[in-house]
Design a protein around this ligand. Structure first.
Ligand SMILES: Cc1ncc(COP(=O)(O)O)c(C=O)c1O
Length: 368
């Protein structure tokens, strides 16, 4: 049997009629950029995410950069970022001319909140980018409080957390803004690139609308240096369609996660993804840790035709891009442990029961 890590081909096959009809709709009206589908998507995002404003842009990487610029982060500023995340959490900080200050991972792969709050209280940083990894929100309230008290901007990287909530509220509820990704691998992925900012601040949304298209305002006057970061109307339409199915597909992901966890909980050397009380985990990824068995398990699954990945094989402080920003005395033991032990299993709603049974069988077969 062959269970790839991701199956966009199967997703397309299952929803071909809808996807092709949406493409036809866009080609027929011809407004392939900033068409009506983009505004519809923004309205839908406000409803789904529970924020007042949403602005769709070309990628989550751009969204984060625009949020930093809008927060007036400038050369010389310092911005706390997690060591255990995707490169695009930290690279926009450098693009804004500021310096990333890495923070080790804490429980549940999220940034170590105690250490992040210590940094906020130290008065040495101007902003924090906090990442919600793998489809789950951590409790942002203590960090949001510390940021408010110290005048530090809090931005949430919620690229992986569309549909996730903590105590009923989503990303962007307690921060300056949150960035979302519609990368094809994400829970509401486009068949291409796309991202958005959600925020409760109308002025933030207005500025980001200018930045995404050459600094142009509503009167078509170029007010400032801007960029070209538009989501294609086709992609907006497809993401909108996927948002309509967000709950149903999250439920399927949760059921698959339950199946995996029921096997893994029997194995003492494995930690299955912990579900934070109060959090609605949408399982963008299913990331277990397998101690010293990780590499052998990865090979066992690969030999059996099951695709896996490692998120993330190299914590950011180990990447050449960031070396010059490291302090001599900084250490990241938890991020390094996770990078050695973590393994992501196939996780998408198009996995059928036979696929899930097969993956579970291979987990049971493994000589732990
Ligand atoms: C945590 C995180 N941040 C940022 C990004 C960047 O998203 P995009 O590919 O839409 O720029 C990703 C995408 O993989 C991500 O996983």
């Amino acid at each position: 049997m062959n269970i790839p890590f991701m199956r966009l081909d199967r997703q397309f096959a299952q929803h071909k009629d809808t996807i092709m009809a949406l493409c036809e709709q866009v080609f027929a009206h011809g407004r392939v950029l900033q068409g009506p589908e983009v505004e519809q998507l923004e309205q839908q995002l406000c409803e789904v995410m529970g924020t007042k404003e949403a602005v769709a842009v070309g990628s989550a990487t751009d969204a984060l950069f625009f949020a930093l610029v809008t927060a007036n982060i400038k050369p010389g500023d310092k911005v706390a970022v997690p060591a255990m995340t995707f490169v695009a959490t930290a690279s926009p900080v450098i693009r804004a001319g500021a310096t990333p200050v890495f923070v080790d991972a804490g429980k549940h792969y999220q940034p170590d909140i105690t250490k992040t709050i210590e940094l906020v209280n130290s008065g040495t940083i101007q902003a924090v980018v906090a990442t919600h990894l793998y489809g789950q929100l951590f409790d942002i309230a203590p960090l949001a409080h510390a940021c408010r008290v110290n005048g530090v901007t809090l931005i949430e990287d919620a690229a992986q957390a569309i549909g996730a909530t903590y105590n009923g509220s989503g990303p962007g509820a307690q921060s300056f803004a949150a960035s979302l990704s519609f990368d094809p691998m994400k829970v509401a992925g486009a068949f291409g690139s796309g991202g958005a900012i959600v925020t409760n601040e109308p002025a933030v949304a207005e500025r980001i609308k200018r930045l995404r298209y050459h600094g142009r305002d509503d009167s078509r006057s170029y007010q400032e240096l801007g960029y070209n970061s538009q989501i294609a109307s086709i992609q907006a339409a497809i993401v909108g369609f996927k948002l309509d199915h967000l709950d149903e597909w999250a439920e399927r992901r949760q059921n698959i996660a339950r199946r995996y966890t029921s096997i893994l909980d029997e194995i003492s050397t494995v930690t299955s993804p912990l579900e934070i009380p109060g959090a609605r985990h949408v399982f963008h990824k299913y990331v277990l840790t397998a101690g010293s068995d990780r590499d052998r398990l990865k090979k066992h699954l690969s030999d059996a035709g099951v695709g896996t990945m490692v998120h993330y094989a190299s914590p950011l402080h180990k990447e050449p891009l960031f070396v010059e920003y490291l302090n001599a005395d900084s250490s990241f033991p938890e991020a390094e442990r996770l990078s050695r032990e973590a393994l992501s299993l196939p996780m998408y709603p198009e996995l059928d029961d036979a696929d899930v049974d097969y993956v579970c069988e291979q987990l049971t077969n493994f000589t732990w």
